[in-house]
Design a protein around this ligand. Structure first.
Ligand SMILES: [Zn+2]
Length: 315
């Protein structure tokens, strides 16, 4: 009845572009996640059965801590193949414009300026010499910050095309995912993870690695796509789920992750886009049993239900 509305037309065109890529998500190897990566609990709620691209990706929420994650999850090898060949074309097909290693650099430059202001009080004149950028993409952000704060930068990213751009900017580069990288005992003064944590396969393990890679009085910057912001802005939980993000974090779950890993949050930034939330942290004694307030878990699950069932015409 409403198939000829402009919105449905745009949706159909988007679905056609995604289908034309021929990426067979359902055929990729996956592993089941038996226990919550944040709190270890095994009681989950299946929140969605498909993602924004239309792929049959199930997202589950942990009843104890509110962490939301894809379950099952594609294997590390499947994700590596995804990043080499499918990721940018898929995001381009979704948005209907080319998003690649070149075109994302303008966006990364404005990101670097805005977050550079946020980090300035913590990095300027701090006596730091080195910066590690985990998931650093084309190196635009690292380049801006190493220049601004007088640091030597190292970028680690799984995409060869993006690492090529980072190398051209004079940065040290590693083509890998952080979970596989052996740093050989190196320690950095600052570690940053920009728009990356949602892409990790093991957040807990990665944060433990970051803690080892960071000097005791160093600074760690990380930001999340706030899952609540993502579903509230589109008024759709499915539109907030995408196969490129194994994890969906909120301020509550991220804060618990950081405390458990041994990071004290010095300042939090609700970014100007109203979607990302940034954290500047310093190492501290881990609070290994930190959990979000149970009220935040109830809010999340209730809110997801409300968004899924509110009358479409009445919002
Ligand atoms: Zn949990």
């Amino acid at each position: 009845m409403t198939n000829d509305s402009p919105t449905d037309g745009r949706r159909a065109a988007r679905a056609e572009r995604i289908a034309a890529l021929g990426y067979a998500y359902a055929d990729q190897p996956t592993s089941p996640i038996p226990a919550c990566n944040l709190c270890g609990h095994a009681g989950f709620v299946v929140v969605t059965h498909r993602d924004r691209y239309g792929y049959p990706a199930r997202a589950m929420g942990c009843r104890r801590c509110g962490l939301v994650f894809l379950n099952p999850q594609m294997t590390a090898d499947a994700y590596k193949r995804f990043y080499v060949s499918a990721y940018r074309p898929l995001v381009s097909a979704y948005h209907g414009r080319v998003i690649d290693a070149k075109s994302i650099q303008a966006e990364q430059r404005s990101y670097a300026v805005e977050r550079g202001e946020f980090l300035d009080p913590f990095l300027r004149d701090a006596g730091y010499a080195t910066l590690l950028d985990i998931g650093g993409s084309t190196g635009v952000v690292s380049h801006a910050w190493t220049t601004r704060f007088g640091l030597n930068g190292t970028v680690i990213d799984p995409s060869p095309l993006e690492i090529e751009e980072a190398r051209a900017l004079g940065l040290d580069t590693v083509t890998a995912i952080i979970e596989d990288w052996d740093a050989g005992g190196r320690v950095f003064d600052t570690v940053v993870m920009c728009q990356t944590v949602d892409h990790l396969l093991d957040i807990r393990g990665t944060f433990a690695a970051v803690r080892r890679l960071l000097r005791p009085d160093g600074v760690f910057f990380v930001d999340i796509v706030d899952f609540r912001a993502a579903y509230l802005r589109n008024w759709s939980v499915e539109e907030a789920i995408k196969i490129d993000h194994p994890y969906y974090l909120t301020d509550a779950t991220m804060t618990a992750y950081l405390r458990r890993a041994g990071f004290d949050v010095l300042r939090t930034d609700y970014a100007a886009d109203h979607l990302l939330v940034g954290y500047v942290c310093r190492p501290c004694v881990p609070a290994t049993d930190s959990l979000p307030d149970p009220a935040s878990v109830a809010t999340l699950l209730d809110e997801a239900r409300l968004v899924q069932n509110a009358p479409r015409g009445g919002r």
